[in-house]
Structure formats: C-alpha cells, structure tokens
Design a protein around this ligand. Structure first.
Ligand SMILES: [Zn+2]
Length: 314
C-alpha cells in the first residue's frame, strides 16, 4: 500500500464463456497451496529480509528468494536470461522480478499478475526496528507466487506475465518502469490483476475480495459470473481513498488504457498496523489467505480458460 493512502490523499458485458464450456474435469485444477502459504509469507516477512527496502541487503535477499521460487516452479524469464528488470529507486539499484507463462496458441496476447515486494526497511521504533510488511505486501506476493505455480502447470490462449514489483512504497516506481518497458517492446496486454494486502478478512464479507477501481471495468461482473458467486465486491474505501490510483495497477492503466485492478482484503479497519513495525506474520490470518489464494487461482484459471474479455467502462 503506497504511502499516499495513509495520508488520506485524494486520491455489462459478460464473458462469452458459458458454464458448459468450462473445464470438463474440474479436478484438473488442484489448489494445493495449503502447505506452503504460511511458509512463504513467514519467510518474506522475516527479520532476515530487513523490511525489504529497495537497494538494501534485505531486499536483495528477498529478491533472490523470489527468483529461486520462480526457477523452482519453472517460470521462464521475461527478458533475456534473467528475471531481473533493473530499476533505480531513489538512486538505489533495485529490480522488478518478471517471469512468463507461455501460451498454447500463436495469438500474441498477454495478461499480467503482480504484487509489490518492497516495504519500508528499518527505522527505530522502540525496541523493534524492522518494518516486516507481512500484510503489506508479503501477503500479496505470496498470493502471486502460489497462483503462478498453479497457472504454470497449464497452458492457455493468453500468455501470463508474473511480476513482483519493487519501489511501490516509493511511488509505484517499479510498476511505472515495467509498464513503460512492456509498451516500448510492443507487448499487447489485455488486463492486469495486482494483489496488495490480503492478510486479513474483510469485515463486511470474510470470504470475498474487493478490487480498486470497481466501476472502471466489468471485471466484477465477468468474474462473478464465471465463478457463479459474488467473490469480487465493492468496498466504499475504494471510492473514499481513490485507491485505483494508489497501487501498482495504475501505471498499466495509464500506459495501456486497459482494465487494471488491485485485489485486496484490507478495509482500513481490519488491520491496525499499516506501515508499522508490528505488521508481522503473527497478525496474519493464514486460513483466510489460503481461501482467498485458492479462489483467486480459480478466478484467473477461469478467465484464461474462457479467454474472457474484460472491458473498460468510461
Ligand atoms: Zn505500503
């Protein structure tokens, strides 16, 4: 979650895929993340990674961890032979980590899923110094890693870019950089799904998510129709805080003018330690995260399987 939000700044069309066209054998999709969600988010938010400030040794270690995960699940690097997309964050060298899941079709269409890895680093606060950023945003990175693992077992019509961003807390710097670079490389993007803060359930609806910029596309209609339930809901904080412009989805909207949303379950009331040293693993609801990750995986699989179209609303 970018600092702007803390400061309180400003800031039906349906998919063509019918139920019968979906996967014949639903068991093909296994949501086998239960054993490792806790492990991943605990590691990412550990003191060892020193609050993951861009340019720090802790952030470098966290980046190496993500790279080794990408490698382990067999993700291809997006650019040349490396997952690293170098970007300067306030003069410090840092990296977006970008992999790709190839398609089963000659069509040149991409979607992007992402989450920011960076956080606030270390500052003196009583006896604790590490801003662990467990909810913000080790939780979202964990979701993307787990989802990528499942998606990479399949091939769809569209390719999937998997991006773990740097520099979000410094002003969406990593996402801005990647959006420009993809555009420059003529990569055609259809839509973007970003994850930010999914560590605790929404007070209004514990098993659901909300998206930023709810009104800006038919994403919720398409997804809820595919899932045959309301998984994506509207939360008033989206409108009150202008969240659409406050996370890594936004640079892709600006660059491409495509549907681009951030998924979250942080409603500004269910977690008291945003940008605080107490944003730690022990305060996360792992069972909630597992459910949200499993359902989000299903959501993205169905979007891809049905080759669904998401359309902007102006
Ligand atoms: Zn934040």
């Amino acid at each position: 979650m970018i600092e702007k939000v803390l400061l309180g700044l400003l800031c039906i069309a349906f998919s063509a895929c019918t139920v019968t066209q979906k996967l014949e054998d639903k068991k093909k999709i296994e949501f086998s993340n239960a054993s490792s969600t806790a492990e991943i988010v605990k590691k990412l938010s550990s003191d060892e990674f020193e609050g993951r400030k861009p340019g720090s040794i802790g952030m470098d270690k966290a980046s190496l961890y993500v790279e080794s995960y990408f490698k382990e699940i067999g993700l291809q690097p997006m650019f040349n032979d490396s997952y690293r997309d170098s970007v300067l964050v306030y003069g410090k060298e840092s990296y977006n980590l970008v992999g790709i899941i190839n398609s089963n079709s000659p069509s040149d269409e991409y979607i992007l899923i992402g989450a920011h890895l960076d956080h606030l680093g270390k500052r003196k606060y009583g006896t604790d110094t590490v801003y662990n950023g467990a909810n913000d945003n080790a939780s979202g990175v964990t979701a993307v890693l787990q989802i990528a693992k499942e998606l990479n077992k399949h091939r769809f019509t569209k390719k999937v870019i998997v991006s773990i961003f740097t520099g979000e807390e410094s002003g969406l710097i990593g996402a801005k950089h990647l959006a420009k670079k993809l555009k420059l490389n003529n990569i055609p993007l259809s839509y973007v799904i970003n994850f930010d803060m999914i560590g605790n359930p929404l007070l209004s609806a514990p098993s659901k998510i909300y998206i930023s910029g709810y009104d800006r596309s038919d994403f919720s209609d398409v997804v809820n129709s595919l899932l045959e339930e309301e998984f994506v809901k509207f939360e008033q904080v989206d409108r009150d805080y202008g969240l659409f412009r406050c996370a890594d989805n936004y640079p892709f909207y600006l660059e491409y003018n495509i549907p681009s949303h951030t998924i979250s379950t942080y409603d500004f009331k269910n977690f008291k330690f945003l940008h605080h040293v107490k944003d730690e693993f022990s305060l996360l609801d792992i069972e909630h995260m597992e459910k949200i990750i499993a359902k989000s995986t299903k959501m993205i699989v169905e979007l891809l399987e049905c080759n669904a179209t998401i359309t902007l609303r102006h």
